[in-house]
Design a protein around this ligand. Sequence first.
Ligand code: MEV
Length: 293
Amino acid sequence: MMTQKIGIGRAHSKIILIGEHSVVYGYSAIALPLKNIEVVCQVQASEAPLTINIDDPLSTAVLAALEFLDRSDQNISVKIESNVPAKRGMGSSAAVAIAAIRAVFDYFDQPLSILDLEMLANQAEIIAHENPSGLDAKTCLSDTAIKFIRNLGFSEMAIDLGACLVIADTGIHGHTREAVAKVRELEEKALPYLHHLGNLANAIEVGILAKDLSVIGQAMNRAHQELDRLGVSSPEANHLVQVAQSRGAMGAKMSGGGLGGCIIALCRNQEQAETLALELEKEGAVNTWIENL
Ligand code: MEV
């Protein structure tokens, strides 16, 4: 019996340090890959055609890849194994899309350029997020932290602070599409907040270059205030941010689209990060991760 061909694709997740929402309006953002938090996708032949659900980033990505390869008539099944919690601002939809596109191309033994991969991932993200800035797909495709400006491009950033970032999951599903719509509906009332968020991204970039944790931390605290004023935070995220700030974190903020999802807190070292992670779990975080910065 012939062994059945299996196509495999992987992708990692991401976290936004600064610039969610303001990045949609052309301000710069800084985001980090989370290389140990991964999605793996497997594609196999199947008897029946794939059911496409346009609210699902997996099927929209597979469809985009099949159409690109002119193989929409092929029956395949797709399986995902993911350590990335969905709808928590950790780039799950972009990571799932990238892993799925890679798996489809692998299944058909087709070469896949990074440009085509990013274009197809953003095509799937447009369905999931409506008007994505492209930040999520770009960070899930990057091995280093990046500074990203919509329509202009990105640059790799070397972050070497000897510090740690605690990521804490509120356990509440974020709603990026609704949050982006909420900001858009504020029209010009959103502009001062977005402008301030843009300035804070610049301040964090300067803080990273100068290895100045207090500059970065203070800018994170202010960014959280602005995101809350924009109406995209949540009571659970506000609570965890307040806990982190009052227990010695250098700074803390919500991260990602918001209305749920994760918060991030900057800590001086691993020991402080581990202690804070436990406290955040006691205060309601359903999961925590620690990233070296
Ligand atoms: C979502 O992870 C980040 C947002 O800025 C949306 C986007 O960049 O498309 C909220």
